[in-house]
Design a protein around this ligand. Structure first.
Ligand code: GRG
Length: 288
């Protein structure tokens, strides 16, 4: 039985060390991007590493830039999401948001820089060219206008009715697609067969919807110190969330169901995917 907290801490450490390599401390603008990159659970790069390893991938040099690119894109989305024109948040990852720290212009630019730099990292390396191309294709689809950007547009709309169908669409686009893509990219880089990737796509979406359920629930029940961001913002800004649509017990019940669905899919891929069942339980029970 794997100690999931230890596993996550070890992988996070690997990712953090690799990130340092890509951000030279002597460059003044890189330090602005690094400010927002610091801390964070590193779930997306860890998912990439975990699927790469589960499918027999061994060379960390191949996978690290891909894994780190996931964190860069995730961080860009947080920076832009926190801007006054979007969710207008002052606090993220336990400290003032990028626009509070550096002003709006530099915050926007640091998001832009992280976003583009991620794709530079995805294309690093002279081997696995076709796989890197597929990574770029997969991620750009997940985070562009058919993915998280669309999810964000839906999220910002006025939601006067607690409609489950709209909630599903927001969760699917805003969050699930970019939990799924990092898993899929680890598998692509390990040259996994197409049928394995198909199963992972389904499992990744279940895990991603679960991730947003727990995020919605934590916004209601979580503490600022643990979350590193201000709780209660969803309600005060009229967001459509799982607790709003289903109530807190209903949202918790459905979160458990999504966890079961994710685990059933991971389990169908055999013992080497056990780590994903532990990650799923971590996401279900997380307090930050
Ligand atoms: C395109 C501007 C723009 C936004 C896209 C992803 C997104 C939409 C907005 C970010 C805010 C948000 C609520 C995203 C949903 C995904 C989510 C639950 C993010 C929080 O991720 P964690 O918990 O954060 O992995 P850490 O800080 O641990 O990395």
């Amino acid at each position: 039985m794997v100690d999931i907290n230890r596993y996550l801490a070890e992988k996070k450490d690997l990712v953090d060390r690799a990130l340092q390599k890509y951000f030279p401390p002597d460059h003044p603008f890189f330090s602005v991007m690094l400010y927002s990159l610091e801390t964070g659970k590193r779930i997306r790069p860890i998912l990439t590493l975990a699927s790469f390893e589960a499918l027999g991938g061994e060379n960390l040099e191949d996978i690290m830039p891909v894994a780190c690119g996931m964190e860069l894109i995730h961080t860009y989305s947080l920076i832009h999401d926190d801007l006054p024109a979007m969710d207008n948040d002052d606090f993220r990852r336990g400290k003032p948001t990028a626009h509070k720290q550096f002003g709006e212009a530099l915050a926007i630019l640091s998001g832009d820089g992280l976003y583009a730099y991620a794709f530079e990292l995805f294309s690093l390396g002279s081997n696995l060219i076709e796989e890197r191309y597929r990574v770029i294709q997969t991620v750009s689809e997940a985070v562009g206008p058919k993915g998280i950007v669309y999810g964000q547009v839906l999220d910002m709309e006025d939601h006067s009715t607690a409609d489950p169908k709209t909630l599903r669409k927001i969760h699917y686009n805003k969050t699930a697609k970019f939990i799924c893509a990092p898993i899929k990219c680890g598998a692509i880089m390990a040259r996994a067969p197409a049928k394995t990737i198909k199963v992972l796509e389904r499992a990744g979406i279940y895990l991603g919807v679960l991730f947003q359920y727990t995020d919605d629930i934590l916004d209601v029940v979580g503490e600022k110190e643990q979350l590193g961001k201000t709780p209660g913002k969803d309600k005060s800004s009229g967001k459509l969330t799982a607790p709003l649509v289903y109530g807190l017990p209903g949202a918790r019940y459905r979160a458990r169901r999504y966890a079961e669905l994710a685990k059933a899919s991971f389990t169908s891929l055999g013992d080497k995917f056990n780590i994903f069942n532990s990650i799923t339980d971590f996401v279900l029970n997380r307090s930050y």
